[in-house]
Design a protein around this ligand. Structure first.
Ligand code: NAD
Length: 250
């Protein structure tokens, strides 16, 4: 049996599926990932070249060099006009079927919710929520992206920052606990569009002890799979999910 049919069969026989995704889930919407050839880390940008991408998205940069942080953030992280793709929409269907119990995403673009998914754990936060670092007042993302000020400032004088987990920061505890619990309860895990190189997020999948893991990625990645139980499918996640999910027997 070919891999697509086995994937379909796994979905049919599973009742508690969890999806764990990364930046590759949103590349088909036009948002570059970090590590592939067209990714942000391989783009030449004279203006930002003297800094590493990890620094530009770090807590140190926000604290010590906020003008640079917001210039980079506004240029690269403004996803307000981006639309979900076939990967996001297929997962909405799988959730509706009752089989998909949770989506755990490393992405900060809010596209799963925009597509209509309900249970989404954003373990690296979201660009949709922003708050003043001093008084904690909440601000809409439009404020950060349209504010004329080089550094978006609150009325109280504090800096307004996105609720995303930057390098050097810890992940949101409650979301992380819920995500890990979902993986522990799952009988099938779909891992897609992630290089599994960003920790601790990448380690989450080790909590899975169900029946099948299906990994979908454009390029091979390092991940431990069990022969006969798990499969790796090389390709575009939107294309693959669209083909498989719209033909399941629900
Ligand atoms: P990564 O860039 O390290 O890896 C992405 C992986 O997805 C690569 O292995 C690539 O080959 C694969 N890929 C790209 N397009 C694909 C497609 N259409 N189908 C299947 N595979 C595809 O990303 P990561 O592992 O998620 O880690 C980077 C961190 O940066 C994460 O926290 C991530 O969410 C964040 N980030 C988020 C966004 C976003 O919110 N959209 C964008 C860039 C980075």
């Amino acid at each position: 049996m070919d891999k697509m049919n086995r994937f379909k069969e796994f979905i049919n026989e599973s009742e508690n599926i969890v999806f764990f995704g990364g930046a590759g889930v949103s590349t088909e919407s036009g948002i570059p990932d970090f590590r592939s050839k067209e990714g942000l880390y391989n783009q030449k940008d004279i203006h930002f070249d003297k800094y590493s991408p990890e620094y530009l998205l770090s807590h140190s940069c926000l604290k010590m060099n906020p003008k640079v942080f917001f210039e980079f953030y506004r240029q690269k992280m403004d996803v307000r006009n981006i639309q979900p793709n076939a990967a996001h929409f297929s997962l909405v269907e799988l959730e509706k079927s009752g089989k998909l119990k949770a989506i755990i995403t490393q992405n900060i673009d809010g596209l799963h919710q925009k597509a209509g998914s309900d249970v989404v754990y954003e373990i690296h936060g979201t660009t949709k929520e922003n708050y003043c670092m001093q008084c904690k007042r909440e601000y809409l993302e439009d404020y950060i992206f349209t504010s004329k000020a080089e550094i978006p400032m609150c009325k109280c004088g504090g800096i307004i920052r996105p609720r995303v987990t930057l390098y050097e920061e810890t992940l949101p505890e409650q979301v992380v606990n819920e995500a890990i619990l979902a993986i522990r309860k799952a009988d099938m895990l779909i891992v897609a569009g992630t290089s599994l190189q960003v920790y601790p997020a990448a380690g989450f999948i080790h909590n899975f002890s169900g029946n099948h893991i299906v990994v979908i990625n454009k390029e091979p990645i390092e991940v431990k799979l069990e022969r006969g139980k798990d499969i790796f499918i090389q390709g575009a996640v939107g294309e693959i999910l669209k083909q498989v999910i719209f033909i399941i027997d629900t």
